[in-house]
Design a protein around this ligand. Structure first.
Ligand SMILES: Cc1cc2nc3c(=O)[nH]c(=O)nc-3n(C[C@H](O)[C@H](O)[C@H](O)COP(=O)(O)OP(=O)(O)OC[C@H]3O[C@@H](n4cnc5c(N)ncnc54)[C@H](O)[C@@H]3O)c2cc1C
Length: 347
């Protein structure tokens, strides 16, 4: 794995949205999971394998996740706003909002921290989700002046005075008590940072600037100094944060000039219509991206797959809602399959 820096994965809020309804996904013809050419049963079998393998692999790195793609819960972030997720860190799981109903919840505040207010989080939990929440401030005097949430990262969770309540902590603490859980984050995210660290072990740190290709195959990825030769390549360079797509008047894929599509048509042809759409609803721009054939080979604008040993996966694929119910489902499932197809080279 070659990466130049952490990407969007390091910023995720802390709850992986995998899928909501497979049947409705399959009705959307441009969705990356529909383009795999599987029926709902086939997709379900692959999701079972991909998600459980991921959970096992992350567990080995000391990052335990609960839930599964078939179940869905709602979890509050540091502002008390809810987000739906299928797979969550074990430190987040006890904070599922349905499971908190009828319980008292102490929301831990740290008065030295300026970018988080436990009292308003507790109020939001009460007003928005009918959770019996109250704030409890615990001072941590050795924090730097003007401390922020990031300064809590890696510190031992302080114990509250309140007894008999579930305890909601801002994310980042370690050694949570049995009845404690972490809230979801807004960037920068301790959940994302832990995930990034768990998946980054063994990464070669390099910026790929070009590819060598020959007769419909990719031969090597190059950075400024080296060529990385391989039999197959998976392009998983992300979206705008990762750098896999370059946003300009027309969004492009910078490394190989692969086709970027909107609703199944080349985005370059959408012209000023795309500009208007972006203006009216920025989420529309986030539906732009690469499209792939059934074996995850990325396509050129003319609809042909230029390289038989190149596969594409992750958030660089278009046709789905980036911040929606498949936020991590698309990267996880296409990553799993692209790796398998690349290893077997069965185009
Ligand atoms: C703020 C934020 C919060 C989110 N929260 C959630 C959430 O709570 N739940 C959810 O399900 N989804 C969430 N998402 C979406 C989810 O995080 C992304 O869809 C997912 O992480 C994308 O993974 P990826 O591997 O495809 O891309 P990335 O994680 O962006 O990885 C791309 C990688 O490619 C590397 N790269 C790019 N170009 C090159 C190059 N030329 N050479 C070498 N390396 C290169 C980058 O450095 C990076 O390491 C969130 C996204 C954001 C931005």
């Amino acid at each position: 794995m070659i990466a130049r820096a952490p990407g969007a994965t390091a910023l995720y809020a802390g709850g992986m949205a995998i899928v909501d309804d497979l049947e409705s996904i399959l009705r959307s013809s441009h969705h990356p999971l529909t383009r795999l050419g599987m029926d709902a049963v086939g997709l379900a079998a692959e999701l079972d394998a991909a998600v459980s393998t991921l959970q096992l692999a992350l567990g080995k790195e000391g990052l335990k996740f609960g839930g599964g793609w078939r179940s869905r819960g709602r979890y509050a972030d540091i502002h008390g706003l809810a987000r739906a997720a299928n797979v969550v860190p074990e430190s987040v799981a006890p904070g599922e909002l349905g499971a908190l109903s009828g319980k008292r919840v102490a929301v831990i505040g740290v008065p030295e921290v300026g970018d988080y207010d436990a009292a308003s989080t507790a109020q939001a939990l009460k007003e928005l989700h009918s959770v019996e929440a109250f704030a409890e401030d615990i001072s941590i005097p050795d924090l730097p002046q003007g401390a922020s949430l990031t300064d809590l990262y890696g510190r031992r969770a302080p114990s509250p005075r309140a007894r008999g309540a579930a305890i909601a902590y801002p994310p980042g603490f370690t050694n949570l008590p049995d009845d404690g859980f972490e809230l979801l984050a807004s960037p920068p995210s301790p959940h994302g940072w832990r995930l990034q660290q768990a998946i980054s072990l063994g990464v070669v740190n390099a910026e790929v600037t070009s590819f060598e290709t020959s007769r419909g195959r990719v031969i090597a990825a190059r950075d400024a100094a080296r060529a990385f030769r391989a039999d197959a390549f998976v392009l998983a360079t992300g979206r705008h944060i990762g750098g896999g797509l370059s946003a300009a008047r027309v969004t492009t894929e910078p490394l190989l000039g692969l086709g970027v599509f909107y609703e199944g048509l080349p985005a370059s042809g959408a012209g000023t219509r795309m500009q208007h759409l972006k203006y009216l609803d920025p989420a529309e721009e986030m539906r732009l991206g690469l499209i792939t054939d059934r074996r995850l080979h990325p396509l050129n604008e003319d609809g042909t797959a230029p390289y038989s040993n190149l596969y594409a996966a992750g958030a660089m694929l278009g046709g789905y809602e980036y911040g929606g119910p498949c936020g991590f489902g698309v990267p996880i499932l296409t990553g799993w399959l692209a790796g398998r197809y690349a290893a077997r080279q069965d185009s």
